[in-house]
Design a protein around this ligand. Structure first.
Ligand SMILES: Cc1cc2nc3c(=O)[nH]c(=O)nc-3n(C[C@H](O)[C@H](O)[C@H](O)COP(=O)(O)OP(=O)(O)OC[C@H]3O[C@@H](n4cnc5c(N)ncnc54)[C@H](O)[C@@H]3O)c2cc1C
Length: 559
């Protein structure tokens, strides 16, 4: 979640976005200005317009081709695929453009409630309960109507997607532990069995082969290596886009019913990230975002008069390894320490425990932002394997099959052991026969660290974490040498803030009015996440993208 400069400006809402657009010389499509003081307008514009830039001025004579359709989908990843299919199913003539040689695919875990597979499994999730929990992650700084919309419509979307894959010879599973005890659902770790996944040959799939083939069959006209440059607006309506085709020629694509923008957020736009999310920048060291997530869609929408979320949020997972001399944010690195999301003992660089470790993925990262160098060490012992089973974590941190037989969504424990062996060989993961030696290898004060481990082991033996309240089944002693430790921080997957939308997926201007002809889905859209990503609602990001993409396609087609 980003604050500082951006928060100050976007909290003022309409005035700030209007000022930015106006400062970029786009008076023709600038949103209406609210009362904003001159000094604020000036400082906001000068501090932030570098990431926003201005809409390119494209000479009409340089446009080499003009295409026309009813519904235009921009970006063919998760939400774009669903949008294109449903627009075509509802009779629209659809063009879908994609910057890459193929779309980003549909992500592995897709979240829904009330599907026929959940009902058959006895998984009954009450919509109001899960919506309240999702909203708690954001302190309700979201549009609750959208949360409820996902809850009420996700089953239809995910059943449609599951049936499509089953018809193509794949399996479709839910990831569920039916045997969770009250304690396993307590504390921070309240979990919802929302995850669904396509499975082939016993493995979860992350591709778009099936949905893409269906879209082609339905007549969607795909254009690859075609990049949206800006939206075209006539009077108060978005009527199409200007794009660059594979030869970098400008083309215009007119869309009589609507443009659905689905370009996947801004995880790889350094200017946007560092200006809008300075605090996020301090708690990750590896960016695993998709390379085309450059903020193209969000910026084009703002140029065309859209608002932008007031808080800026990323999906962060606590699995980035750091070397024993590295610190979060400053030392960029690569790779995964997949066991980072296990609730092992975690200590700061002073050798002290600082939080309950049994939390959603990004909570420990936000907690580490209050610790020296925003960096912490994860500590475990040679009995770790038994504890991984005992901890029974959910979502993609899970390294063994779910109780209903569904495979892990990402990495098995065997694969993770192989990765850890490499980390050890590279001197990133540390191994030692004594706790003091481990402290020395991690470059943390060995005496203080030994004191912390001794105290922690006493808490484990007592069965009660009187310091931070971690559940008793997630307390594991550090008493069987050799011991292991690693410095770590987070890795970034995607950004989660964007253009505010209404229930029709229509982009909103700073006064809250829908912009005709402009729909926004997936990571480009806002109003749904703030501060944190609710990873204990597995597949929520993908489920929201799919459900709202499908809805946008239908609504745009019916205009
Ligand atoms: C590695 C990884 C794994 C993830 N796994 C999960 C998961 O299992 N479950 C989950 O819920 N969430 C997951 N997420 C989060 C994920 O980002 C969302 O769930 C969701 O897929 C976002 O969908 P989207 O349509 O917004 O963007 P994407 O699926 O990223 O698609 C955006 C598309 O737009 C294209 N594009 C970009 N700019 C332009 C342009 N100017 N013109 C034309 N095309 C453009 C891109 O090339 C891309 O194909 C994961 C994210 C990452 C990075």
């Amino acid at each position: 979640m980003g604050t500082s400069i951006s928060r100050r400006s976007f909290l003022t809402g309409a005035g700030s976005v209007a000022a930015l657009v106006a400062s970029a010389g786009l008076s023709g499509c600038a949103p209406k200005k609210r009362d904003t003081s001159e000094s604020e307008t000036t400082s906001v514009a000068s501090s932030e317009s570098s990431w926003l830039g201005s809409a390119p001025t494209i000479d009409k004579s340089s446009i080499t081709d003009v295409l026309s359709c009813e519904v235009l989908v921009v970006g063919c990843g998760t939400s774009g695929n669903f949008a294109a299919c449903s627009a075509a199913e509802h009779g629209a003539n659809v063009i879908a453009i994609e910057k890459g040689g193929r779309g980003a695919g549909v992500r592995g875990t897709i979240g829904a409630i009330g599907t026929k597979w959940q009902i058959a499994n006895g998984t009954n999730i009450k919509a109001t309960d899960i919506c309240h929990d999702i909203e708690r992650y954001s302190a309700s700084a979201v549009n609750s109507r959208l949360t409820n919309l996902w809850a009420s419509q996700s089953a239809e979307t995910v059943e449609w997607y599951g049936d499509l894959n089953i018809a193509a010879g794949r399996d479709f599973v839910i990831c569920s532990d039916n045997d969770l005890s009250a304690e396993e659902q307590s504390g921070y770790y309240r979990h919802w069995a929302t995850g669904h996944a396509v499975v082939q040959d016993g493995k979860t799939m992350e591709d778009d082969t099936v949905i893409n083939a269906y879209a082609v069959k339905k007549g969607v006209d795909f254009h690859y290596f075609t990049k949206m440059v800006e939206l075209v607006k006539e009077n108060d309506r978005v009527t199409g886009i200007i794009a660059q085709d594979e030869n970098r020629n400008y083309i215009q694509i007119n869309a009589s019913k609507g443009v659905i923008v689905c370009t996947g957020g801004y995880a790889h736009n350094q200017d946007m990230l560092s200006t809008l999310q300075p605090d996020t920048m301090q708690i990750f060291s590896y960016n695993s975002g998709l390379p085309n997530a450059q903020g193209d869609g969000i910026r084009a929408c703002i140029w065309a008069g859209s608002d932008f979320d007031a808080t800026h949020t990323s999906m962060l997972f606590d699995r980035c390894p750091l070397g024993p001399n590295q610190v979060a944010g400053k030392d960029m690195t690569q790779g995964m320490f997949w066991m980072g999301s296990q609730p092992w003992l975690k200590v700061n660089l002073a050798g002290e425990r600082f939080a309950d470790e049994s939390t959603p993925y990004d909570f420990i990262l936000h907690a580490s932002s209050k610790q020296p160098d925003h960096t912490y060490c994860t500590i475990y012992d040679s009995n770790y394997e038994q504890y991984v089973y005992q901890f029974k974590t959910q979502g993609c941190s899970r390294m063994f099959p779910f109780e209903n037989g569904a495979p892990v969504s990402a990495m098995t424990l065997d694969v993770v052991k192989g990765i850890n062996a490499q980390l050890l060989e590279k001197g990133i993961l540390q191994q030692a026969d004594t706790i003091e030696e481990l402290g020395q290898k991690l470059n943390i004060p060995p005496d203080k660290f030994a004191e912390t481990v001794k105290h922690y082991n006493q808490l484990v033996a007592s069965g009660t974490d009187t310091d931070f309240g971690k559940e008793s089944f997630r307390l594991s002693p550090v008493d069987k040498p050799p011991y292991f430790g690693i410095r770590q921080t987070g890795y970034l997957l995607c950004t989660m803030d964007g253009v505010p939308i209404n229930e029709d997926m229509n982009a909103l201007d700073p006064d809250g009015n829908p912009i005709k002809g402009l729909y926004v889905c997936g990571n480009d859209s806002g109003s749904f996440f703030s501060h944190s990503y609710p990873d204990l609602v597995p597949g929520l990001a993908c489920g929201r993208s799919a459900t709202f993409g499908r809805r946008a396609g239908r609504i745009a087609a019916s205009m």
